[in-house]
Design a binder for this molecule. Structure first.
Ligand code: ZN
Length: 294
């Protein structure tokens, strides 16, 4: 199933996408109570998904909205806490990063975790603000986003996929000058609008293998990143196992699983996003997000 959040930022609505049409779930449900937003849907668990599948089967074509007529918001416009992220989770990216910074190439022995502030979350087709007074080095990072479906702590690897609700596409937009100046990743990764997500959440059952997906980023139509999620160093089950050690994951948590090689700062010469550029991030079987630099 493909779930969207659409409407206006002050009145977000939850929708189910089927083909090129969207069912406005609250409207279709009428008196039958359904979760009203994405976080409630995730928390409601499998029973709610079954209920929605039954509802969709009896919702006539005329009661659906054309997908193209809707403004899509980030699937979870206001996560309850920071977006968890992995740095250097693709070997080629770890290598290009080290080389660009004149450092010895070392693959991480443990996942490199950091977070992005919730205020960075941005819609799948909304503008990314870029203030040259703040950063001169805005960069792209296409990533597979994992959405946690239920609370868990010390989750063993073999059970990890039971905790995954679904997937989305994330652009981990990064202000490199801030990232380096401030030592820790947080500030350079957390500017307003620096976390476009979407266009929807695809439930886990739709994706047989999250480690066999093409992952690409284009800037103004030119391919910059082109890899596969098979190249992740730490897989989704490994990430869930290690992150949840002594740290309770919550339904609705978002984990951005790292970016492949081809980012701007590591290119020769380095390239950064400029106002007017259009950056597209795509993960196979999930979708494409497209944002203009404002
Ligand atoms: Zn990243």
């Amino acid at each position: 199933m493909y779930f969207v959040t659409f409407g206006t930022p002050t009145k977000p609505r939850l929708g189910l996408v089927e083909g090129d049409a969207v069912i406005d779930l609250a409207k279709a449900a009428g008196d039958a109570r359904l979760p009203g937003d994405m976080l409630s849907l995730i928390e409601a668990g499998p029973a709610a998904l079954k209920k929605i599948a039954r509802l969709a089967a009896k919702t006539p074509r005329a009661a659906r909205k054309p997908l193209s007529s809707l403004r899509l918001l980030a699937p979870i416009p206001h996560p309850r806490r920071n977006v968890f992220c992995l740095g250097l989770n693709y070997a080629e990216h770890a290598k290009e990063s080290a080389e660009a910074r004149g450092r010895e190439v070392k693959l991480p022995q443990h996942p490199v975790f950091f977070t992005k502030a919730t205020g960075a979350v941005n819609g799948p087709f909304d503008d990314i603000p870029c203030d040259p007074q703040v950063t001169q080095q805005l960069d792209w990072e296409v990533e597979l986003g994992v959405i946690i479906g239920k609370a868990g702590k010390n989750i063993p690897r073999e059970k990890a996929m039971e905790y995954v609700f679904g997937y989305t596409v994330v652009n981990d937009v990064s202000a490199r000058d801030l990232q380096w100046n401030h030592q820790q990743f947080f500030k350079g990764k957390s500017l307003d609008g620096a976390c476009p997500m979407g266009p929807w959440i695809v439930t886990a059952d739709e994706i047989d293998n999250p480690h066999a997906l093409a992952i690409r980023c284009r800037v103004n139509g030119v391919t910059k990143q082109d890899s596969t999620t098979a190249n992740m160093i730490f897989t989704v089950p490994a990430i869930v196992e290690i992150l949840s050690r002594g740290l309770t994951l919550q339904p609705g948590d978002v984990i951005a699983t790292g970016t492949p090689s081809g980012v701007g700062f590591a290119r020769t010469p380095p390239e950064f996003l400029q106002p007017g550029d259009v950056v597209e991030c795509e993960v196979e079987k999930i979708g494409v997000i497209r944002n203009r630099i404002a």
